[in-house]
Design a protein around this ligand. Structure first.
Ligand SMILES: CC(C)(COP(=O)(O)OP(=O)(O)OC[C@H]1O[C@@H](n2cnc3c(N)ncnc32)[C@H](O)[C@@H]1OP(=O)(O)O)[C@@H](O)C(=O)NCCC(=O)NCCS
Length: 157
């Protein structure tokens, strides 16, 4: 069902990205070089349907064993079917030992925020210009280890 992305998936990822849309809320679609970089630096997963990408999601592990989720997206034609929830549960299952897992979402991305809240993520901090695109991002986090929550300059909103 979910496949770890490899180099021969890059064209399909780029085609998918061009259909996700909403540059402000989700960011600029990945081109070939950016997709190659993403699958090289993340554990990047695809959900395929008849060879087409219908969803993506990625995980990056940090040295402190925490993890960062990114590239959560579902094709517009297959939204509200629980696909993103399955993808995120899959990613979370890969980092059971992480003291916390976080992600960044545009504060106005209400669909994504509802999704993350439904899975237990808490809003922690607003970061201006987080990706260098001039837009703010809300950092949301699940802390498995309660000592990690709200530490070192991170406040719960
Ligand atoms: C956000 C996104 C990934 C959700 O994908 P999805 O597969 O439709 O989400 P799911 O069907 O798994 O929804 C799970 C829950 O999330 C919430 N949710 C999802 N879409 C929602 C919407 N449009 N409005 C309100 N809540 C929504 C609901 O709580 C939903 O549960 P429910 O359907 O039982 O009410 C999808 O809309 C998308 O790809 N958006 C563009 C890319 C993007 O913004 N990604 C997030 C980057 S941080």
């Amino acid at each position: 069902m979910l496949k770890r992305a490899a180099a021969d998936d890059i064209d399909a990822i780029v085609a998918f990205e061009s259909q996700v849309m909403n540059i402000t809320l989700y960011g600029k679609p990945l081109d070939h070089a950016a997709a190659q970089s993403e699958i090289g630096t993340n554990e990047y997963y695809l959900r395929l349907d008849k060879g087409n990408v219908v969803a993506t999601g990625a995980l990056r592990r940090r040295e402190d064993r925490s993890a960062y989720l990114s590239n959560i997206a579902v094709h517009p034609a297959t939204r509200r079917q629980g696909i993103a929830r399955v993808m995120i549960r899959h990613l979370l299952s890969l980092c059971d030992a992480a003291p916390y897992v976080d992600l960044a979402v545009h504060p106005d991305n209400h669909a994504a925020r509802s999704l993350y809240v439904s899975l237990g993520f808490l809003p922690m901090q607003i970061c201006e210009n987080f990706f260098g695109d001039g837009e703010p991002r809300l950092i949301m986090q699940i802390a498995r280890d309660t000592k990690s929550r709200g530490s070192d300059g991170v406040r719960i909103l």
